[in-house]
Design a binder for this molecule. Structure first.
Ligand code: ATP
Ligand code: MG
Length: 391
């Protein structure tokens, strides 16, 4: 399959039922158009499935890799238009008979336009007999060499041979807006991917410890965010210099609680930034019990400082599953590049695995946490990240 003039993408039915259907569809069409930016798109409509018409033939692999980033799309196929009547369908098939190579075939029709005079079953039978007559191929419904798929839609008849999986999920923008706490690691990019997959628009907050560490994490996060932004066109990234705050926590608070206290400060700051961006939830890449700071007790003590809902899309996943998604999302190879996460004086020897909000509040008394959160918010550098397919 080299070049295509029509592509049809299928949509997860569940999301499109009910009163919000029109809005879901408009958002999805908008997202498809955005993903195809720069290609000669003549029209994107959604009579039942998403129908994309190009004004000139376009390389299929290019279309495919772009549609693969549009959440809400379940599958896609390069199609050819075969007119609007059954007779035109037969004519189309006879003109393309040379493309059907194999000993056996099957016709599979799906009819979404119930006004079409033939049922799916009738199309299967009549076109099956026609192809058999035309080519001599035998019908085999179980395991055919060639499948002639026919879609009967209100906008016409389409024929295709192969279909390809889409990313699934819901269209970005239909589930609200979130701020992702983004490290340079493997997990938080996957959390962002999954949050977008459920239809949220994601923005990002990253904390770095420069000058106490190198700022390689910032460059990694920028790369990760740019890649993830291909699912939504543009996003915001706030980069927060966190080293001085960490140094004060190190000098004023109990060593065992450090990591939990850092995380509470991150959350307070991220929440301020998130509200400014009108985000409705925070997302982290935490799983349960993956590391010492992620016991249920510690997560509870961390969450206590947040007022927005905390979403943890990875909570039920083990590392292998997370890595598989990271590979699918394309983030894995960036995440595993070396970077300096923290330096040894910032890390505790024996981090507490079970703490409480009360113990954290007590430990925080020497520092003015609200003043720090305000200061960190103001010191954040915010950039708008755009994804460009041609870059
Ligand atoms: P990741 O792979 O995302 O770094 P992790 O398994 O290393 O996660 P932690 O280091 O405990 O786990 O971090 C837990 C979560 O806290 C991260 O997934 C991320 O959401 C957030 N987080 C950690 N460090 C930072 C940071 N420097 N900036 C922003 N968020 C962070
Ligand atoms: Mg990490």
């Amino acid at each position: 399959m080299e070049r295509v003039s029509f592509v049809i993408a299928t949509v997860h039915e569940v999301a499109l039922k009910g009163g919000n259907r029109g809005w879901f569809e408009r958002t999805l069409v908008h997202n498809v158009r955005a993903a195809l930016k720069g290609l000669p798109v003549a029209e994107v409509s959604i009579p039942a499935r998403v129908v994309i018409r190009f004004s000139e033939p376009v390389a299929w692999h290019e279309v495919r890799r772009r549609i693969e980033t549009v959440f809400g799309i379940n599958g896609m196929m390069p199609v050819e238009r075969a007119g609007t009547t059954y007779d035109q369908l037969e004519r189309f098939v006879s003109e393309h008979a040379a493309e059907f190579s194999g000993a056996t075939f099957a016709v599979r029709c799906k009819r979404s336009d119930k006004r079409f005079p033939l049922t799916s079953e009738e199309v299967n039978r009549r076109l099956g007999a026609f192809v058999n007559e035309l080519t001599g191929m035998a019908v085999n419904l179980e395991n055919p060499d060639v499948t002639v798929h026919v879609l009967v839609q209100s906008d016409g008849l389409y024929v295709y041979k192969d279909h390809y999986p889409g990313p699934g999920g819901l269209p970005v923008g239909t589930s609200g807006r979130v701020a992702v706490l983004m490290s340079g690691g493997i997990d938080s990019p996957v959390a962002a991917y999954l949050a977008m997959k459920r239809g949220t628009r994601a923005h990002y907050v990253h904390f770095h410890s420069a000058p106490y560490t190198s700022d390689t994490s910032v460059a990694k996060v920028e790369r990760l965010v740019r890649l993830l932004t291909r699912h939504q066109g543009s996003s915001r990234l706030a980069v927060v210099p966190f080293g001085d705050c960490q140094r004060e926590i190190v000098s004023s608070c109990p060593e065992r609680l450090r990591v939990v206290l850092y995380r509470r400060m991150m959350l307070r700051t991220a929440e301020r930034i998130a509200r400014r961006w009108r985000c409705e939830a925070l997302v982290t890449g935490e799983s349960l019990n993956q590391v010492a700071s992620q016991t249920l007790e510690n997560l509870a003590a961390i969450d206590r400082v947040a007022h927005l809902p905390m979403l943890r899309p990875l909570v039920g996943l083990d590392k292998q599953e997370i890595i598989a998604i990271a590979e699918r999302a394309g983030t894995f190879e960036i995440s595993i590049l070396p970077h300096q996460d923290s330096c040894s004086f910032l890390q505790p020897q024996h981090p507490a695995t079970r703490t409480t909000a009360a113990a954290c509040e007590e430990a925080e008394t020497p520092i003015d946490v609200e003043a720090w959160a305000r200061r960190l918010q103001h010191e954040a550098t915010v950039t708008v990240v755009q994804y460009s397919w041609n870059a």
